[in-house]
Design a protein around this ligand. Sequence first.
Ligand code: SAH
Ligand code: SF4
Ligand code: F3S
Length: 440
Amino acid sequence: MKRYHVTTFGCQMNEHDSERMKGMLDSLGYAEAPGRDQADLILFNTCSIREKADSRFVAHLGEAKRVKRERPEVIVGVGGCWAQSVKEEVFARFPFVDVAFGPGQVHKLAEFLVSDSLTAQGYFEFEGFTGHLPAKRAHGHHAWVQISVGCNCVCSYCIVPSTRGREVSRPAGELIAEVQGLAADGVREVTLLGQNVNSYGRDLPREQRTTFAELLRAVDAVDGIDRIRYTSPHPKDMREDVIRAHAELPALCEHIHLPLQSGSSPVLKRMRRTYTRERYLDRVAMIREHVPDCALTTDIIVGFPGETEAEFEQTVEVVEEVGYDGAFTFIYSPRRGTEAADLPDQVPHEIKVQRMQRLVEVVQRRAHDRASRFVGRTLDVLVEGPSRTDPSRLRGRSRHNKVVNFTGLGGPGELVDVEILEATSQTLSGQESILSRAAG
Ligand code: SAH
Ligand code: SF4
Ligand code: F3S
């Protein structure tokens, strides 16, 4: 039996795509190998969002080259966003690569593997959904659901529209059938995935048109699904119907990831985000009004071209004011083919690093303040498995998407009540409430 090994870089969409790659390979009669040295097919599912993502991957690729030198019959494949961004160039730069494919061509890997010409094939059209391929899920109780692919936004720093193509939504009926199948398979939590989930459905033919809020309602109605998450919404498309859904739908979690990017309206304009600081803060106010306990997380870029000290301060101010439960902070990285890469006044690296440090300090302090509100409360925690720091304890997630480390007896996929005793900016710590277990 032939064996494969897949390394995944990048976002949740890539994790989803890798599960589908593995599912497809299983259906072709392949099995998963524990390491690259045992594999007949070495695959990389790549990301290109920042320069660091590229360099990390290239280091791994060097290892595949070594394996290929020792065992020339091994097939090396490169998929995902980086592959899409360089296309055929991959074969010139890394001649030991046998097959390359973009995110819209994962299904072509199967065609390649059963064909006679096993050399330097590239597949880069945008067609089909990886969501249509069989999945090999990493967790029994959780599943990714791809509701759309691609992005119609033109954020000036972002490479994704060129690596994932125009936005295309999957019909709601198809998605609900998929979620019903997952629930029947024991899945309790689903994460709906798209580059801009709340513009979902606008491209569907009139008779199939469904809004994102309607889709959430239909997923909530599926028996057995206890938790619904989604990522990422775009602030410009965040409407009241979706926010209300968080208050009304029992399965929809009290957590919204609302990417800010910058707290300065002129920077947002140069980023082509199409909202201002004020509009963003209005959305936050609306969330706080309808779902007071909602956790809010965000993405922020520091050192965007032309970002002045005062503009950066505006971002810090928004972070202070909103009080995020967590934030991913990134140093701006110029990406090939994007508008911002050619803007004047690129910010020097040392200044970017300094600003990043200042921002992280505020992010962590505010996240810690926010997390303190959970101390003394009993939270509903979905058990994932043993704690990473102390295997005698368990690890799970609250509906607010906080990681909770705790002592208790719950098994993976079980929902348990955990009394929260301590909070840091990143994680909560507690003990499973024995009373609730005794009471059933
Ligand atoms: N479609 C999603 C995710 C985009 S990528 C969304 O719009 O939210 C995830 C994050 O990476 C972005 O939100 C942004 O903060 C960051 N990012 C994207 N391009 C970047 C770049 N060139 N440099 C630094 N950070 C970047
Ligand atoms: Fe990139 Fe903007 Fe689309 Fe997100 S919304 S994927 S940041 S272009
Ligand atoms: Fe995701 Fe990276 Fe592509 S963040 S969409 S895998 S460029």
